[in-house]
Design a binder for this molecule. Structure first.
Ligand SMILES: *Cc1c(COP(=O)(O)O)cnc(C)c1O
Length: 394
């Protein structure tokens, strides 16, 4: 079963097409977080670390996420933010290719991924170079100078997808280490990390996994490497024996070494409760449902709203779970839509982005959303000074 509207607490009358940016609130989360605060933190206080298993949660929840992305048990751990996980993965990956100096990525990547690499390169000051090419040029840019290929599978702006299996193979044939960012993949498209053979993967949990604003990120390290990777962020909870309080760092066995500091226990409770929705969801079924919604949306927008130009790949197999349309007054148009209860978002310079999450969006929602888009465009409702001022978060 894919559609589970009842699992979520969606405001009446809202059509939420922004689960690719922040998943909605699952009903299970409210009760769980309230109980956690009252019965665990409030009652057990410090004892909760042991009696409520807070300390074991980063791996336990990591395993639950692993099941959605084809990662075996014991290969995923959660904590920190995705930006931090980018840093950890790249820092560990370059150590695996000490004679190479190039980190390759593409111009469709989310800026923080590139910024974190720039920051790492500056801190190392050892001649590393971040090479950024157009998404379609990545495969041909992989040569034997490349230490690491770091890509986001689904482009945050257009939804364009890289082909994970063949790209990883190309990277490996050139002797490079492969890192996949699954920010817009986990919970949206089927992923088989183990089959891909990539060394590292990272992602966030507040988008399609509905963990709530600020929910912790995840990192995957291929099983055969986990005892050898060198953690650059050598925090005490990634130590082999944190409570021995050794003065010298000694990494924990396996994926636990990618932990850094105290885990966000309240956010983990929310995420854990949110992940319950995936029990019994088949990712292949989820993918077909998502594609069906997207195709309906594209068909109706293109036949009824000529002002918008498709900015996502037309081939559904090359598109994640979002559809983007370009429109020169896209920011104002999105504000006008939001005012009517259709929530998407805007990405500079002119992209109106709509995410499709078959867990709580059905065909009737899609048609109703297009009805609103048609009115906003036909009646130029976007052409109103109140929609022109950009807010801090777009
Ligand atoms: C959403 C997203 C991020 C956000 O990083 P945070 O550290 O969680 O703020 C990073 N990278 C990609 C590819 C994203 O889509």
């Amino acid at each position: 079963m894919v559609l589970q509207k009842d699992f979520f607490d969606l405001p009446a009358g809202m059509i939420y097409l922004d689960g690719n940016s922040l998943g909605p609130l699952p009903k299970t989360v409210k009760d769980r977080v309230a109980a956690m605060i009252q019965d665990e933190w409030g009652t057990q206080l410090i004892k909760g670390w042991n009696t409520s298993g807070w300390m074991a949660q980063p791996s336990r929840i990591g395993d639950a996420i692993g099941r959605l992305i084809g990662a075996p048990q014991g290969t995923v751990v959660i904590g920190d933010t995705l930006s931090i996980k980018v840093f950890q993965a790249v820092a560990a990956a370059i150590k695996m290719r000490p004679d190479r100096r190039v980190i390759l990525s593409d111009s469709g990547n989310f800026p923080t991924d590139l910024y974190m690499v720039e920051g790492l390169i500056k801190a190392l000051d050892s001649g590393y170079e971040l090479r950024v090419v157009a998404p379609e040029d990545v495969a041909s840019a992989i040569d034997d100078t490349v230490a690491v290929v770091m890509l986001t599978e689904v482009d945050y702006r257009t939804g364009r997808m890289h082909e994970m299996g063949s790209m990883t193979k190309t990277a490996h044939e050139a002797g490079a280490v492969m890192i996949w960012d699954l920010a817009h993949s986990a919970g949206a498209v089927p992923v088989d990390l183990e089959a891909s053979g990539c060394e590292f993967a990272i992602g966030c949990t507040y988008k399609y996994l509905n963990g709530g604003p600020g929910a912790p990120a995840f990192i995957y390290v291929r099983k055969d490497l986990a005892d050898d990777v060198e953690p650059a962020l050598a925090g005490w909870l990634g130590h082999d024996a944190p409570f021995a309080f050794d003065l010298k760092y000694r990494p924990a066995r396996g994926i636990e070494r990618m932990r850094v500091g105290t885990p966000p226990v309240l956010q983990m409770a929310a995420l854990d409760a949110a992940l319950a929705v995936w029990e019994g969801v088949d990712m292949a079924e989820m993918r077909s449902a998502s594609i069906a919604l997207q195709e309906t949306f594209i068909h109706h927008v293109e036949s009824r709203v000529p002002q918008l130009t498709l900015a996502s790949p037309r081939d559904s197999a090359r598109r994640g779970s979002q559809v983007s349309f370009a429109f020169e007054n896209g920011y104002a148009a999105m504000q006008a839509l939001i005012a009517r209860g259709v929530i998407g978002d805007f990405r500079a310079p002119d992209i109106m982005r709509f995410g499709f999450t078959p867990l709580y969006i059905d065909e009737a929602d899609v048609i109703a959303a297009v009805d609103h888009i048609e009115v906003v465009m036909k009646d130029r409702l976007w052409d109103d000074p109140k929609y022109l001022t950009r807010q801090r978060v777009t």
